[in-house]
Design a protein around this ligand. Structure first.
Ligand code: AR6
Length: 178
């Protein structure tokens, strides 16, 4: 049973992450941090060209790690860029690397006194990670980090479509019943 204090800080929403009013949104980027398709493209378009200028100065990001920039034209003050693993069948450390994306992003959030943060389903688009497994990893790693990060009041998982939303809902149910 997850402690209520943790469960109450996790929310699921559907929609576009760029429109959320939170302290930070997380980007599912690639190691170059120079933009791309999917949620990465949407975030760069919404934040404006200054984001790419800053990204050019921070030296990319390794898979499983995270880096912080300003949010520019977004409502969010910060963007935390993380690089999920490409799914290669599951025996190449993909699960550990994906968990590390959530842990590294939440660690940065703590360092910058971020109280509210929104995540997309990292690796679940172009990178091909199976959604139900990814949702479980996202929820479990986040719940574990929230136990020690008392300042983080709200973590929103933004589900771009209904199948992702139901995967997260199932993952939350599993966690609640453990
Ligand atoms: N808001 C929320 N979620 C979104 C949005 C949005 N505006 N747009 C897409 N998604 P993906 P990845 C969902 O492919 O798998 C990029 O080119 C989408 O439905 O964006 O980590 C990068 O530059 C899916 O569920 O990221 C990398 O090269 C989830 O976001 C590569 O793709 C992630 O899909 C990263 O691939």
């Amino acid at each position: 049973m997850v402690h209520m204090m943790i469960k109450n800080r996790i929310q699921l929403v559907t929609g576009d992450i760029t429109s959320l009013v939170v302290d930070a949104i997380v980007n599912a980027a690639n190691t170059s941090l120079l933009g791309g398709g999917g949620v990465d493209g949407a975030i760069h378009r919404a934040a404006g060209p200054e984001l790419l200028q800053e990204c050019k100065t921070i030296g990319g990001c390794a898979t499983g790690q995270a880096k912080l920039t300003k949010g520019y034209q977004l409502s969010a003050r910060y963007i935390i860029h993380t690089v999920g693993p490409v799914w290669r069948g599951g025996a190449k450390g993909e699960a550990k690397l994906l968990a590390s994306c959530y842990a590294a992003s939440l660690k940065l959030a703590q360092t910058h006194q971020i109280e509210s943060i929104a995540f997309p389903a990292i690796s679940c688009g172009a990178y091909g990670f199976p959604i139900s497994q990814a949702a479980m990893i996202a929820i479990k790693q986040t719940a574990s980090c929230l136990e020690s990060y008392a300042g983080l009041k709200q973590v929103i998982f933004v589900c771009y479509d209904g199948s992702i939303f139901s995967a997260y809902q199932q993952a939350l149910d599993v966690l609640n019943n453990e």
